[in-house]
Design a protein around this ligand. Structure first.
Ligand code: ADE
Ligand code: ZN
Length: 328
């Protein structure tokens, strides 16, 4: 049975990466920006590999130039998520893209995004919380400014801090100062690791940044001692199988390690990362997991429960999500 209508919890979604291509084309045309090079003949985002994906992502993001643009983006993204059954989502936001790391500008972008999120809760029944991410290939100095913006706006809506971008650049320890600042401000921590680098990248991230969740983390499977450490320490993986397959890390769904990680006791969750870039939705991810590994309603209930428990929101919000999951 298709999982399309079942309630879902998503923890790993890049707001700009979730922008529908038609939405970005519309903004580009309003602003007279020629972005035709980033789309293929069918109007989808077009890239050959991860490096080009990051370039296309940043080109698409370049037409998001005001709080109003982010308000419209957030409404468009949450309407797509809700249509896929998502009842609670955490999204990555970057002051790098929202006001160039200027605190005053960042506050305005954040206000616009929160307004859109509140309206989506009212209209689409979906709840959103934000996680600020610094961008690894922009370097540690910019990450400090980003962490400062995050720390100053930490609270009941802006609940986490993390790092995305090109994992091959620099070392996790280069960003420890920023993560320490975020932790001291009360933000919960996650980091992209083990997507492109192997198990050592994951272990170094845990040691240097002391995060409780890892974005992707799938290459941990190459070192079973690390897998056991993840399981024992209760580290939650934000696994994005469709993203990994679209970017060529695994050839197909059956080859994806999510099932082996789960079987060895790791807390896995499932997300879409940048859904239109990878031709996916949360409903599609769930359906493909059912096809590839025979996951049934019971497996998906555990998956959603793990995600709800690992969410960075407050207790009242978590209880509300769990009620929605259990009512289904
Ligand atoms: N930014 C957006 N998507 C990403 C991914 N899959 N890995 C790293 N950084 C990203
Ligand atoms: Zn990601």
């Amino acid at each position: 049975m298709s999982q399309a209508a079942s309630p879902k919890v998503e923890l790993h979604l890049h707001l700009e990466g979730a922008a529908p291509p038609a939405f970005i084309r519309g903004l580009a045309s309003e602003k007279n920006v020629d972005l035709s090079r980033i789309f293929d003949a069918d109007g989808h985002y077009s890239y050959r590999d991860f490096t080009e994906f990051l370039r296309v992502y940043e080109a698409a993001t370049s037409v998001l130039q005001s709080p109003e643009d982010y308000y419209r983006l957030t409404r468009a993204v949450l309407s797509e998520s809700a249509a896929s059954g998502v009842v609670y989502s955490e999204t990555f936001l970057s002051p790098d893209f929202c006001g160039g790391r200027d605190l005053g500008a960042w506050r305005e972008y954040l206000h616009a995004i929160r307004t859109a999120a509140d309206e989506a809760t009212r209209d689409d029944g979906i709840t959103l919380r934000g996680i600020v991410t610094c961008i690894r290939h922009f370097g540690p100095e910019k990450a400090k400014q980003t962490a400062f913006c995050a720390a100053e706006t930490a609270g009941d809506w802006l609940v986490g801090f993390g790092i995305a971008g090109d994992e091959s650049v620099g070392e996790p320890g280069d960003f420890a100062w920023s993560f320490d600042m975020a932790r001291e401000a009360g933000l919960r921590l996650t980091a992209h690791a083990g997507e492109w680098r192997g198990p050592k990248g994951v272990a170094d991230t845990l040691d240097a940044l002391r995060v409780e969740r890892i974005g992707h983390g799938v290459r941990s499977i190459q070192d079973l001692a690390l897998v056991d450490r993840l399981a024992e320490d209760g580290i939650v993986l934000e696994v994005c199988p469709g993203s990994n397959i679209a970017l060529g890390i695994y050839p197909d769904w059956r080859a994806h390690p999510i099932e082996r990680l789960r079987e060895r006791g790791v807390k896995v969750t499932v997300s879409t990362d940048d859904p239109p870039f990878f031709h996916t939705t949360m409903a599609h991810e769930f359906d493909r997991l059912a096809d590839a590994f025979g996951w049934d309603d019971g497996d998906f209930a555990v998956l959603n429960r793990t995600a709800a428990e690992a969410a960075f929101c407050d207790r009242v919000t978590r209880d509300m999500i769990i009620k929605k999951l259990e009512a289904a």
